[in-house]
Design a protein around this ligand. Sequence first.
Ligand SMILES: Nc1ncnc2c1ncn2[C@@H]1O[C@H](COP(=O)(O)OP(=O)(O)OP(=O)(O)O)[C@@H](O)[C@H]1O
Ligand SMILES: [Mg+2]
Length: 251
Amino acid sequence: MSDIFTVAGLHAGYGAGDILKGIDAAVPQGKIVTVIGPNGSGKSTLIKTLAGLLPARQGEVRLEGRRLNELTAPQRVRAGLSYVPQEYNVFRNLTVLENLKISLEFMGGARTSGGAVLSDELLALFPELPEKFRVRAGALSGGQRQMLAFACALTSQPKVLMLDEPSAGLSPKYMADIFGAVKRVNGRGVSVFMIEQNATEALRISDICIVLANGRVRLCAPAAEVAGMSDVHSLYLGDARETTPPLGEAA
Ligand SMILES: Nc1ncnc2c1ncn2[C@@H]1O[C@H](COP(=O)(O)OP(=O)(O)OP(=O)(O)O)[C@@H](O)[C@H]1O
Ligand SMILES: [Mg+2]
């Protein structure tokens, strides 16, 4: 299985000292890779660096073999890498339709030949969106707003979709809807790189799990394997200290 998206030796940070201290990661073509880890371990910093919002101080990011380091955030979107931030991912004072139009306009997406804002593919993925076209995004439920953010990110027809905690703050019902949508998007051939705190639910739809701790990859293993670990909670609740031996290596 070839990797569509690779990260090698990545360092990044905000001031003196690096938050990310040499990250290696890869998304195989068509797979879902989920990153878990304690609060403050650098998950959002990683995704922001990959999206081009924070410069890499060392290391390399490649999409389909093409080096992305020198590309701006919008250029990365046009190269096929889309990103949904955890917060502020839609314009709340604009309607659903206006949000979609802006995404099309500024993210390099193309309208359908009939001029429709939603392609048949996006309509099939998010059939409930048209009836909300005139609703202000701020008036949607958290789950609906997240669906809109997904749809906006998909207007550019990305090869890799990056999601920062898509289920954060949602009730269990909406959480299931969100992960169902991620799975459906992935079913259309979009590879996914997702950060999640709801590890048990996220790992159910994931192929690979990466555990981040203190800006380093602590573990990278098949999602089913990580989900089955008796101490999976400690991996993202803050017990995954650098000083403990890597899982799997302990007797
Ligand atoms: N804009 C910023 N300026 C300075 N430091 C920052 C900034 N954003 C994050 N940090 C610091 O970088 C570290 C990693 O933060 P990051 O947001 O990447 O963690 P996270 O794993 O996403 O945490 P959470 O689970 O809480 O979302 C933290 O120590 C944080 O205080
Ligand atoms: Mg975060």
